[in-house]
Design a binder for this molecule. Structure first.
Ligand SMILES: Cc1ncc(COP(=O)(O)O)c(C=O)c1O
Length: 458
């Protein structure tokens, strides 16, 4: 068992910030004498398809049985007496969830935290506001938004829909991959900002920065990039941390962005779908300035957090189970920080085991990854397009019962025999070392069979 929640690292190591939420020193609780056992973890995730080695928590997250039960109980309460639920339970429960998140991420005020469906929705909220900057005459045609070349596909589409269409220009920060140091990111970012300003003729209105990029997956030095944005006079900074809470350290005050979103259904054990959007309170503006939920309801104009808490009749249960998630994570030594640290250690260990077995390389140094790491696949597999990487992923699922996403990295000019495919492996508490051995053995089998992606049909 890889995850061994109850084992090893000293609890004092994890008892830093947010102690009352980390199962360390909550004065309202007796100290925990024993932590969740391996068999209890397996039982919490017994609804997972046991035939599959799921080393892909990064795509859809995971939700334990105890949280699913709590969610079902909320769903039934609503169906049983909807009016009572609406008038007496819903708003106060959402506020409670928001206040837990507020403390976990070190926001100043609960008004800064809105709960929305997912990171995609949070992006739409922020970019819609950006588009209004053009239509309301605050921005000039050609004003710039900067984002990473490796921004998530849906985010790029959103930028196209809201920024380009409104008259804004988009500058992408090119990043090398594999990457060897955060300095490479910082230097490319500075260059993009310089291009954005174009000798003072244009203004960079918004920077969209991932905290953890999706594909390829790398932890971005967000705090440093936000600081550079401030120095360079960028109007607003939005951090897309779809993989944030539970995967990397999240202290929104320390990071210092204007907006920060993190899914709670990826690495924080909530069911789909829920994310928080932090909007830094500025002076009298408060409540995220003039941000609005794109779905307009009765609550329009009452502040983003209140607007987001009622976007018409629907299932809000995912937003209500945050206390149940807190109970779950507090069964682990060090709470969410402990889980995150152990996932990081294990995913690095498994990544190193795989590259050693295959004679390849990692996509980034271990300190530039959270609970996911990019693992080079042997060049002889012949991954030569995005379509190949998708076909290989399907092949691994269907023939070897391994679920893992694969990234295609086009060879640079003149490069021969280089690694062109990287698997993004994740580690979450339910994973076992056998999951990664199965992946290793599957690839070894393919190699010894003389397999290449060219043999896979479309
Ligand atoms: C960096 C990044 N941004 C945004 C998203 C979108 O998240 P969601 O589908 O939950 O809205 C993802 C999803 O993996 C992501 O990795």
């Amino acid at each position: 068992m890889v995850s061994s929640s109850s084992s090893s690292s000293s609890s004092s190591k994890h008892c830093k910030k947010n102690d009352s939420f980390n199962g360390c020193s909550n004065p309202t609780k007796k100290p925990r004498l024993s932590f969740i056992s391996d068999s209890e973890i397996q039982s919490e995730f017994s609804h997972h398809d046991q035939t599959i080695s799921r080393i892909n928590n990064g795509s859809f997250g995971s939700c334990p049985q105890s949280v699913i039960s709590a969610q079902q109980s909320f769903q039934l309460q609503f169906l049983r007496q909807p009016d009572h639920f609406y008038f007496n339970t819903l708003k106060s429960s959402i506020l409670h969830s928001r206040s837990i998140i507020k403390s976990l991420v070190n926001a100043r005020s609960v008004d800064e935290i809105s709960l929305v469906d997912n990171a995609t929705t949070a992006v739409a909220i922020v970019l819609q506001n950006y588009a209004w900057g053009f239509t309301e005459g605050r921005f000039n045609k050609g004003d710039v938004a900067v984002m990473l070349h490796y921004a998530y596909g849906a985010v790029k589409k959103s930028v196209q829909a809201y920024v380009t269409r409104a008259g804004g220009e988009v500058i992408e920060v090119q990043l090398p991959f594999p990457i060897t140091s955060k300095e490479e990111i910082v230097s490319e970012f500075r260059k993009a900002l310089e291009r954005g300003k174009e000798n003072g003729k244009k203004k960079v209105r918004l920077a969209v920065i991932d905290h953890v990029t999706s594909m390829p997956s790398v932890v971005i030095p967000v705090k440093e990039l936000v600081k550079i944005c401030r120095e360079e006079g960028v109007d607003q900074v939005f951090v897309d941390a779809a993989h944030g809470i539970g995967c990397v350290d999240v202290d929104v005050r320390d990071i210092g962005a204007d907006f920060y979103t993190s899914n709670l259904h990826k690495w924080f054990f909530c069911p789909p779908s829920i994310a928080f959007l932090y909007c830094r309170k500025r002076g009298e503006e408060g409540n995220g300035g003039d941000l609005h939920h794109p779905v307009v309801s009765h609550e329009y104009g009452n502040g983003l957090a209140v607007e987001s808490a009622w976007i018409g009749t629907r299932d809000y249960s995912a937003q209500l189970v945050v206390p149940a998630v807190l109970e779950f994570i507090n069964r682990f030594e060090g709470g969410i920080d402990g889980i995150k640290e152990r996932n990081h250690e294990k995913v690095v260990e498994m990544g190193e085991m795989l590259v050693k077995a295959w004679g390849t390389n990692l996509g980034s140094p271990p300190e530039m990854c959270g609970s996911m790491i990019m693992v080079g696949l042997p060049a002889c597999l012949g991954i030569s397009s995005e379509s190949d990487s998708l076909k290989l992923r399907t092949h691994l699922r269907e023939h070897f019962q391994v679920e893992v996403p694969i990234y295609f990295r086009a060879p640079l000019d003149g490069e021969v025999g280089s690694v062109t495919g990287y698997a993004r492996i994740s580690h979450q508490v339910y994973n076992k070392v056998e999951d990664y051995y199965r992946f290793r053995d599957a690839v070894n089998q393919l190699i010894s069979d003389g397999f290449t992606c060219a043999s896979l049909s479309d």
